[in-house]
Design a binder for this molecule. Structure first.
Ligand code: ZN
Length: 700
């Protein structure tokens, strides 16, 4: 918060003796425009959430009266709008908790989370609402509603059933308890992981011990040590430090130390306070109990009801089919790496902490370039400029800088307009890693497109990454992988921002089947491999030259490097996730760790040491909402690769194909089944060939 806004805030409070109950004074209750990130304080959370919950409960009491007609305008719409206000306010809190955590905010978040969770459960079990919705579904007015509105009602009915609406009173009580406990466990899992990640660091005092580590990483490590009043280089488990050290440090002991710390995070081998082991077991038990309450055999069955794949069997068949095709190339990849490590690096036995390092050395030898060399051509501002130009070309929009309250000085804010200059949507970019931010990269909705009585509310997105912050005067230089991450999240952002749906329940990414939601994001990654796109977004940090064609050709040749190994790694994650939630017995004698080892014996080519506790930091499925859904990354890759192949046929910058993609996929959100949207764009059902071709497993 700036001194100015604090002063303004203080004045405002003086003028209003009861700030918490005044909509204007509590920024979380101000829905007139953009979220007021610079003004929200932890003490705003409880009053805002309490007030919205009370308002919504009063509204629901009114809506469920006999006299309220079961129509869209009298019933569904007011409920949807009221809930949207709550999700927006809570979304701000959850977002700040994720990107600038503080002890006070964490307390406020944790204190209010159970209230919000309880309300969600209440909503999903309110028989009055459920009955009214069924009446609306059965009314003569239903067929006259738009497809969006009919889809919202059908989805709601399904969600009511999956949320326990048909349960007997005792079942409902138990269901609510489970939901609340699961939400708390997920939050705790994530906090443990962040705390365990922060708990470890090593300060290296002899530069020789960091031989091989790139200059920019060393400078950041030196800064980090200096901030603690120490000399030397501070190495941590956060991705911008951990990743490059594992990849480039010649010091094998250092790699082993870091590797061990990384794979034992939040396990019994570290600070017991942060151990996630019992949380995992408890979550699996509770998830199964929840599924059984609803009449499903296991959690995976339940999880797949609203998904495109439909059943655990369909997802497992897909994974096993892909595994069968990818395993031979994964074995070949690993055998080559072993030979190389022995002959060229003198590593007699290739250990888990050697894999990234040896792979980078092999990649350099084989393709004669390094990620570091490529990175010099991708200064972040140039990349963003190129990415925006691509979106402008394909979708006929304009992107420019905008202004609004932000939560950290590094955050930037952009506006998307149509060719006539009308506002389409806005997007925050928060790209740099910091201590108070959750790891990973994601896109989140701040405001979802919606037509309200007072006018159109245009969508707003957050795009969050964990790239290294700029060091010194120069901009952050992005690896090609990081460029792809940015494109990926921007693809989600465009899905959210280019929505043309007026009803919030199926606008943007809402209502899109989980396993299809990665289509627009993974689709965008393909452009990072196109010369016509890439060329214009490069400028060497020192020489200002654009990417040479010869280097690009080498990158292309290296694109499929170890793609078999990488595919099998993803399949391993997806299989452990699906089996843990499908045919694994959380009350039985086998531990999740033993199941993981069993799956590895079938599909892995790289075997980590016995102390590795991957599940203790597999946040996707224990705190990220991907439980029995991790397969969706690969599933959506099939869709995105196949969609992209139409651009390959018509020219990758073909505006007509872009317009069609925007119209049939991005604009329609979840207003119709993903398969229908896909076929409307592609003109046929999805095929797996493009993915296999793009990953080099079959030739073109
Ligand atoms: Zn994604």
């Amino acid at each position: 918060m700036t001194a100015d806004s604090m002063a303004k805030k203080a004045n405002h409070d003086q003028a209003d003796p009861d700030p918490d109950m005044n909509t204007n004074a509590n920024p979380l209750l101000d829905f007139s425009g953009l979220p007021r990130y610079g003004s929200v304080r932890p003490e705003h959370v409880a009053p805002a959430i309490d007030r919205l919950l009370a308002e919504n409960r009063a509204l629901i009491a009114e809506l469920t009266q006999e006299r309220t007609p079961a129509s869209w305008h009298a019933f569904a719409e007011p409920l949807e709008n009221a809930n949207e206000r709550l999700w927006r306010a809570w979304g701000i809190v959850a977002h700040l908790h994720a990107v600038c955590d503080s002890p006070a905010l964490r307390d406020a978040y944790n204190a209010n989370l159970p209230k919000v969770t309880a309300y969600r459960t209440e909503l999903s079990q309110d028989l009055g609402l459920y009955g009214k919705l069924k009446a609306l579904r059965g009314s003569s007015g239903f067929e006259g509603l738009s497809q969006s509105r009919r889809t919202i009602i059908e989805n709601d009915l399904r969600d009511y059933r999956l949320g326990g609406a048909e349960l007997a009173p005792s079942g409902k009580r138990r269901f609510a308890e489970i939901q609340e406990e699961l939400a708390a466990l997920e939050a705790k899992y994530s906090e443990n992981l962040l705390d365990a990640t922060n708990a470890f660091s090593v300060v290296i005092t002899d530069r020789k011990d960091l031989a091989g580590v790139p200059e920019d990483v060393l400078r950041a490590a030196e800064d980090a040590a200096r901030r603690e009043g120490r000399s030397g280089w501070k190495v941590t488990l956060h991705t911008p430090s951990f990743g490059p050290v594992m990849r480039y440090a010649q010091n094998r002991d250092l790699r082993e130390t870091l590797y061990r710390a990384h794979v034992t995070r939040a396990s019994e081998f570290g600070n017991r306070e942060f151990d996630n082991t019992s949380i995992i077991g408890r979550q699996l038990l509770l998830r199964r109990e929840k599924a059984r309450l609803l009449g499903y055999r296991d959690f995976a069955e339940l999880s797949l009801v609203p998904k495109m794949a439909g059943s655990p069997k369909a997802a497992l068949d897909f994974l096993n089919d892909l595994a069968e095709r990818a395993l031979p190339s994964a074995r070949k990849d690993f055998a080559e790496l072993e030979v190389f490590a022995r002959e060229a690096l003198g590593l007699e036995r290739l250990q888990a902490w050697d894999i990234a390092f040896a792979s980078e050395e092999l990649r350099m030898k084989r393709y004669a370039f390094s990620e570091q060399e490529v990175k010099q051509y991708f200064p972040e501002p140039k990349v963003i400029e190129g990415m925006f130009r691509l979106a402008q070309t394909l979708y006929g929009i304009r992107i420019s800088t905008d202004s609004g309250e932000i939560w950290h000085p590094d955050v930037r804010f952009f506006r998307l307009s149509d060719s006539g200059g009308n506002l389409v949507g806005q997007c925050y970019f928060d790209l740099y890693s910091r201590q108070t931010k959750r790891g990973g990269a994601w896109m989140d909705e701040a405001i979802t497109r919606q037509r309200l009585p007072q006018g159109l509310s245009t969508p707003v997105a957050h795009l969050v990454c964990n790239f290294p912050a700029p060091v010194g005067d120069g901009p952050t230089l992005l690896t090609h992988d990081e460029v792809m991450t940015l494109f990926h999240e921007f693809g989600h952002g465009l899905h959210h921002l280019l929505s043309e749906i007026d009803d919030v329940g199926v606008s943007g990414i809402r209502g899109v089947e989980w396993d299809a939601v990665e289509l627009p994001s993974q689709f965008m990654e393909n452009f990072c491999w196109e010369w016509d796109v890439l060329f214009g977004m490069t400028r060497h940090a020192a020489t200002a030259e654009a990417l040479p064609r010869t280097l690009f050709e080498k990158m292309l040749a290296a694109r499929h490097f170890q793609s078999g190994m990488q595919t099998m790694r993803q399949i391993e994650f997806a299989l452990i996730d699906m089996h843990l939630h499908h045919d694994y017995d959380p009350a039985g004698a086998t531990t999740p760790q033993e199941l993981l080892e069993d799956i590895r014996s079938r599909v892995a080519v790289v075997f980590p040491p016995a102390y590795s506790r991957f599940l203790n930091n597999f946040a996707h499925i224990f705190s990220g909402g991907y439980a029995a859904g991790y397969y969706s990354y690969k599933w959506a890759e099939v869709l995105s690769a196949d969609a992209y192949s139409l651009f390959e046929e018509h020219g990758v910058l073909d505006a007509a194909t872009g317009a069609r993609f925007r119209e049939e996929i991005l604009a329609v959100g979840g207003s119709r089944p993903a398969l229908e949207s896909f076929m409307a764009f592609r003109g046929r059902e999805p095929r797996i060939d493009a993915l296999l071709r793009h990953s080099g497993m079959i030739s073109a």
